[in-house]
Design a protein around this ligand. Structure first.
Ligand code: GUN
Length: 283
């Protein structure tokens, strides 16, 4: 079975749109998400455009602030401080990666925790690992939603995550653990990686290398979640970290690239923005 993140996210966005349509009457306004894009990397431009389009579908107000590559760290931090203080802004997202002269760590920590729709702020990360109320990072949250919608039982399963980034690998491992999977976190330097991945009943790959996972690394019937977004060096087309054509016949469930995890990430960003907005209304 191929799980279409595109289809599922369209359904979820349509449900959210209905909910958001009730907000003006209930709360006097709709949620407002501000996305900051520094520079003009085509990948980042495309992500940010996707976020603006999804906001439109859901009925969330989106403001995209575009700044040149050479913006100073100080100026970027000033923009964030202004947005933190603005009561009409519910979510702030700074598209990563940032140019090298800007500290991503400082920028992420500067965003008010209650507006951190990415769930990257250190206090949100700490809350996640301590099982306290937090904003869940969008990609891991989207993966768990997809698994549940596909009817995959997570509890009791052996899960292997390849990748240990703060954005995907580590938080998705934690969310799988919360669902009572037994989780191994592997990476590109894991010895005998195929031996480890063949143990996986659920395999999540977030390593950023085209066709890194080959058919010999996956056992029959495994659930395969491909978080990679790469260019195929041969065709120039978008492709995942998994050799889809070779693995699809072996997997019980697999996500395609494009149209798998990517749309779910954006969908969860919409959900997080609504969550931050509603938390503010309840204060
Ligand atoms: N760059 C790649 N993925 C993401 C994401 O989920 N959030 C942000 N802010 N930047 C990204």
């Amino acid at each position: 079975m191929i799980i279409s993140g595109k289809e599922l996210s369209a359904q979820l966005k349509s449900d959210m749109a209905q909910e958001v349509a009730t907000f003006p009457e209930k709360y006097g306004r709709v949620p407002h998400l501000v996305v900051i894009l520094v520079g003009d990397d085509p990948g980042s431009v495309s992500y940010v455009t996707g976020k603006a389009k999804a906001s439109e579908v859901v009925g969330i107000k989106n403001t995209t602030i575009r700044k040149p590559e050479n913006i100073s760290e100080e100026e970027l931090l000033e923009i964030i401080a202004r947005l933190n203080a603005d009561d009409t802004v519910d979510g702030i997202l700074v598209q990563l990666p940032l140019p090298r002269h800007i500290s991503e760590e400082k920028v992420i920590a500067a965003i008010d925790k209650s507006k951190d729709v990415d769930g990257f702020h250190p206090l949100n990360v700490a809350a996640l690992w301590q099982k306290q109320e937090c904003v869940l990072p969008c990609t891991p949250k989207g993966i768990i939603k997809m698994l549940k919608r596909a009817g995959v039982e997570i509890s009791g399963k052996r899960a292997v995550v390849i990748g240990r980034s703060n954005i995907v690998g580590l938080p998705v491992a934690k969310l799988l653990l919360n669902e009572n999977a037994t989780v191994t976190i592997a990476h590109s330097r894991t010895k005998n990686l195929p031996e480890v991945t063949r143990e996986a009943e659920i395999l999540v790959v977030a390593i950023g290398r085209p066709k890194f996972v080959t058919a010999d690394m996956v056992s029959e019937g495994a659930v395969v979640i491909d978080v990679g977004v790469n260019r195929d060096p041969e065709t120039g087309k978008l492709c995942g970290d998994v050799d889809f054509a070779a693995i699809e016949p072996k997997a019980s469930v697999i996500t395609p690239v494009p149209g798998g995890v990517g749309p779910m990430t954006i969908c969860c960003l919409m959900e997080n923005t609504i969550e931050c907005f509603l938390r503010k209304q309840q204060k």
